[in-house]
Write a protein that binds this ligand. Sequence first.
Ligand code: SAM
Length: 280
Amino acid sequence: MSGDPDAPDGPEPLRSVIARHGLSASKALGQNFILDRQLLARIATIPGLAPGDRVYEVGPGPGGLTRALLDTGASVVAVERDRRCIPALAELGAESANRLSLIEGDALEVDEEREAGTGAHIVANLPYNVGTALLLRWLGGERWPPWWSSLTLMFQKEVAERIVARAGDDAYGRLAVAAQWRSTPRIAMPVHRSAFVPPPKVASAVVHLVPAAEPEGVDPAVLERLTAAAFGQRRKMLRQSLKAMPGALDALATLGIDPARRAETVSVDEYVALARRLSA
Ligand code: SAM
């Protein structure tokens, strides 16, 4: 890419791609596009891609981030629900020597591993509700390490803070435990609302997650039930919030966790230790 990505010898400005294909942003599809190619190039560096790597991109829209990902030398499988975007993406595919495959459809229904292949890096700038549902799907499940190598995902800043929060932080809750018990998340880049067209109401941030070693002997469904019970009544003491969960009060005693503590003070490691005892 040249120094000025929108220079005459660079790629067509995204505003022009959007105008040429009539891609007015749809509120229903949560469309807030990023047009600044330098910002897109910075986001594309976050997964640390090398030529030949594979990326699964969800919600490419007019293809700004897609082009930045292709510029790293990676190949991209992209799933987009808005069929109006497909011709713009197909043009990008034609320029990229078969390194872009397009799927028109709903990301929540795609057989991702089959389409993208084991080891792909997932990158997405998605509407909030779809992004959180997919994050929980990618983090959940029995199989670990998962099929993907890393996640690079745009969220509302408030959600990003919930993903990386530590015990005692205001933002700490179920999402932090779900994200941190077997992966390592970090906020890789704050993104100002003015970076989007149209600008959303709140600030955003890119979160990067890589899988970590899975703690042994923990049933993910038990951990999920435990945090649902604990944070379902986050202002109550554990002895109250966990009393309906068989074995939970004994597990607290065995592990020396004071039952007068509240959910938000219990660390991820302590939840994992509790879940391990309850999974036995
Ligand atoms: N990646 C582009 C960018 O950064 O400018 C577009 C981002 S826009 C926030 C979200 C994109 O996700 C839109 O193109 C929208 O059509 C698409 N989208 C929304 N829901 C989707 C779903 N369930 N499956 C696939 N794509 C979806």
